[in-house]
Write a protein that binds this ligand. Structure first.
Ligand code: SF4
Length: 285
């Protein structure tokens, strides 16, 4: 199974996004997918280029709209494994409305956010994930806005799978993407992905010093406990990595639509028979 193609990424050398690309490719192979069984849908930003760098179906969408497109793809063909991906600006600023509603809708999609805490493609402006006091071209005296916590928002929106990782930890990241793909519902995986060109604060070293690895530091942590998950996110100031929360009890959106079927819509017989037609007419008489 070859998820690599011959397109050379034009990310800056050292960008965290390279590892996320590798982790998606490894996870897809590890769960036994074929390239024609995977669709990668992305938004706009440096990270949005990822849909062109993986040998699978890919669609580089518009800013903040990776999730509406991904949900449409999933509803049209639920047999595809659908991964949506983009940056923190894409998903947590312009796309935040879609993110929250996709979470609560719970379609079987894996959403991987490449969180570099800055706008990289437009050459370094403050993003919703930037820390207070963060100085950039758009906030020369330091950001006076509070930092958005996507994990807390996801939990309060009713997420069924919430995880966070670091692009340097390829083993953990690959395992979490595999778990997200296997999860029957929406999985949010936020990944710290350093922007080596414009973010000189949240560097690889900064993350290594500040990250709290749940598995290593809290071996008894129970990711099925919603209250414990919320507490741990707040206790660690959102810097925890690992599987934070998973609810396997709630059915996916597709499984809750009455009569939707397990096959792709294109394989289902959707033709209108005379009986269906007469019933429909009778309803509107
Ligand atoms: Fe990566 Fe930053 Fe370069 Fe964009 S500008 S490719 S986020 S290092």
């Amino acid at each position: 199974k070859e998820f690599r193609n011959n397109v050379k990424p034009n990310w800056c050398p050292g960008c965290g996004d390279f590892s996320i690309q590798a982790a998606i490719q490894r996870a897809a192979a590890n769960v036994g997918l074929e390239p024609e069984e995977l669709a990668v849908i992305s938004g706009i930003g440096c990270s949005g280029r990822i849909s062109g760098y993986i040998n699978a179906y890919g669609l580089h969408g518009i800013h903040g709209r990776a999730l509406p497109i991904a949900q449409g793809v999933k509803l049209a063909n639920r047999e595809l494994t659908v991964i949506a991906s983009g940056g923190d600006g894409d998903g947590f600023a312009i796309g935040m409305g879609h993110t929250v509603h996709a979470i609560r809708r719970n379609l079987n999609i894996t959403y991987i956010v490449m969180d570099n805490q800055i706008y990289g493609l437009t050459k370094g402006q403050t993003s919703p994930r930037s820390a207070e006091g963060f100085k950039t071209k758009s906030t020369p005296e330091g950001s006076i806005e509070s930092t958005l916590s996507p994990l807390e928002i996801a939990m309060s929106a009713g997420a069924t799978f919430v995880a966070q990782s670091f692009s340097s930890d390829l083993k953990q990241l690959t395992a979490l993407i595999e778990a997200g793909i296997k999860h029957e519902g929406f999985s949010l995986i936020n990944v710290f992905s350093p922007c080596v060109t414009f973010n000189k604060i949240n560097t690889y070293d900064w993350f290594k010093e500040n990250i709290v690895n749940l598995e290593q530091q809290f071996p008894d942590y129970d990711p099925t406990n919603r209250i414990a998950a919320m507490n741990k996110i707040m206790e660690t100031n959102g810097l925890l990595t690992g599987l934070i929360y998973q609810n396997t009890q709630r059915k996916s959106y597709e499984d809750m639509i009455s009569g939707f079927g397990k096959e792709a819509l294109m394989k289902q017989d959707l033709s209108l028979t005379e009986e269906h037609f007469n019933k429909l007419v009778a309803e509107f008489k």
